[in-house]
Every structure is written in C-alpha cells, then in structure tokens.
Design a protein around this ligand. Sequence first.
Ligand code: ZN
Ligand code: ZN
Length: 421
Amino acid sequence: MTRFQSPKGTQDILPPESARWVELVGRFADLARRSGYGLVMSPTFEDTDVFRRSSGDSSDVVTKEMYEFKDKGGREVALRPEGTASVVRAFVQHSPTPPFKAWYAAPMFRYEQPQAGRFRQHHQLGVEILGTNDAMADVEVIALLAGLYADLGLRSLRLRVNSLGDAKCAPGYREQLAAYLEARAEELCDEHRYKWSVNPLRVLDCKKAECRKVSDGAPRLRDWLCEDCRLHFAEVLGGLDRLSIAYEQDDFLVRGLDYYTRTTFEYGSDIIDGVGGGGRYDGLVAALGGPELSGVGFGAGIERVLLACDADGVLSPGELRLSPALEVFVVDATRSGVALELCAELRAAGLSVDRAFDGRSMKAQLKAADRSGAKVACIVGEEDLASGLVTVRVLRGEAHGQEKVARRAVAARVQEITRSP
Ligand SMILES: [Zn+2]
Ligand SMILES: [Zn+2]
C-alpha cells in the first residue's frame, strides 16, 4: 500500500508545535481587532488575472512561482501567492466605505525551492488599509507589526524603510537607473545581465554580490522623489519617530511585487531576513477595476516569524505547553457513563477537561491522568457511584491529597482547587 507523504514544500503542523500557531494567530487577531481591523476571508484561488494585473510582469512571485491551472470549466485560476491582491479584489467587488481596514491569516502558495522557512504552502498574517493616502496609515500598519513583534518578545529584528515614489516621479528615476544599468549590464549577475530591463528596480533587490556592487553606485531614488512623495515619506518617518520605532532607511528596499508605490518596509535580522513587510500600493485598486483609491498594508509569514522566535528564544513549544495546561482528568472505571456527564458539566463550567476512552482499567486511567499534566483527577469508582460521590484528587501543586465530594458540588470544588495557586 502506498503510504502518502505531504507534498514537497508543505508541512503538517501538529501539537505541540501547533500551539505556537494558535498563540501567534490569537495575539495577532487580538491586536488587529483592538486597532479597528475586521477579518476578511477570501478564496484560496482567484482568476489568474487578479494576480497578473496586480503584481506585474517582472515579479518572480507571478512569473515563476504561481500555481496556475485551468479548472474543469476551463477557467484560468491561480492559488493565491500573496494576500493583498485578494483583499483589494474583494474591496473593489463589494465597495465597503473607506477607509476599509482588514486583517487576514491565510495560506499562500508559491512554487519555489523549499528551504528553511520557505515553503510551497506558507501562511501569512496581514493587514490592509484601503482608501486613504494619509501617511499616518502607513505609520499605523508599521506600528501594528512592531507591536506584534514586541508582544512576542522579539528583540533582534530591525526595520528598514524606503520610498519608491509615485507615478509622477518613479518613471523618471527608472529611466536614469536603466541608463546606468545598461552601461554596466556586463557586470550584473547571470540572471540580470539579460533581464535587467524588464524592471530595473529588481536589480536593486538582488542579493547576488555582482548586482550589489553595481547597485552601490546606482542613482538613488531618494534624490528623485517629487515634492509630494518627499513630504509623504518625511511624515512617515516623523510618525515612526514619535512612536519611538527605530528604523534604517534603505535605498534598495524595493520588495518583490511590482505594485508598490511610496512607502516600503521590511523587518529582518542578521540571522533571518524577510520576517514581515509591506508598503503602499496607490495604483492597485484602479488596476483591479476599482476607483482611484490607494492602500497600504503588510504581510508576515507565520513560518518566518516563528523562526525569528526560535532565534530569540521566545514562544517556545515547551513554554506554551505548560501555560494553558489541562485542568481536570476524569477517571471512570464503572462504565456507567458518569465520565460523559462529568466532562460535559466541568467543561460547561469553563474548565479544561479530558478523559480516557475504551473502558480501560482504573490503573491505566490513573496513569493517563498523571501523564496528561492535569492538576486534578475526578475519580468515579463503584462505591462512589452508589453513594453519589466523586473522589477529587489533587495531582499537582502544593496541596496533594484527595477528598470525596458530592456529584453536584464537583464543578465548584474543582474550580476552587484549580484557581488556588
Ligand atoms: Zn542580480
Ligand atoms: Zn512622487
């Protein structure tokens, strides 16, 4: 018989590792909610053109890495490679009142070579604010991401920011950059020697030493920004200063998608880059058939964030396993169905409760109770059953010992015990 494996570049997230996912997504959802963002769930696949029109022809994400196929009705569809395009498509389709503030936590698909923290199915946390040009919106989304990292206890991440200009000033810069690159095309890396002209900005983003060297002498976008873009960027930096969010300006931060305008930003450390980032995309709503409205947002790969947590020694599975521990284990060797009722009662009272199955012996169930990490065991033996009692035994903590408690008083007594230190 074939024993199937998860597809290449994907992974199963099982306990106890998955406890970190619950914790991370939970904290992010809470932060987003407290900042006025609502959850948007969009389809895992879209019309392929949603991504082609938004991410552009020169981004690897769309040209090389997209999972695209024809469905049984002959429609060209693609698995979502990134989160923003879907939210913008939904915004255009439903036209909610701007500013529209959305968050998501969703799988993304990229057909790339799997490596540490890079998967063919990865998962992103993200937010978008649609329908405002205000630089304070840029600051808000950056601050939200900074707040998440601070909440997790990440200390080694650094923020880089840049401005890519707008439709007014960016084309002029592109021409300058293209002229510069054309003269030095021979010195570029194998990929960019022939492809630099598709989008000259991609060269600035290239990690290869050859391209880096050429980029170092390239004209700087900051010298080409028009007055409006210069002011907008100054406001963004001013806002970050007011919130004491440290940053470095990085002229080469262009990001991998073609829709970015003005602000771009990214978090990373020496050990791990691309832990989260995003920027402004002022032409994207119109590119997907909507009005001339702008937007700004970020995406942060859950797998990357967890790698950063590992590097900083925070949010470890051990730490999480201990904190929301099981409170009660119900042991019932009478096969009377009391365990079923007790579990339901105690869970309804807000306690975390587990039990054994398969009618195992008292001894085996007590062993399971001990292994479960529960603080208290509620034990029902034949005698207890006849007299309407439950033996409440403290398994962990200072006050070891046990007592007989009347059935209807069990929930209250267990709550008392589990809530005392
Ligand atoms: Zn290159
Ligand atoms: Zn400009």
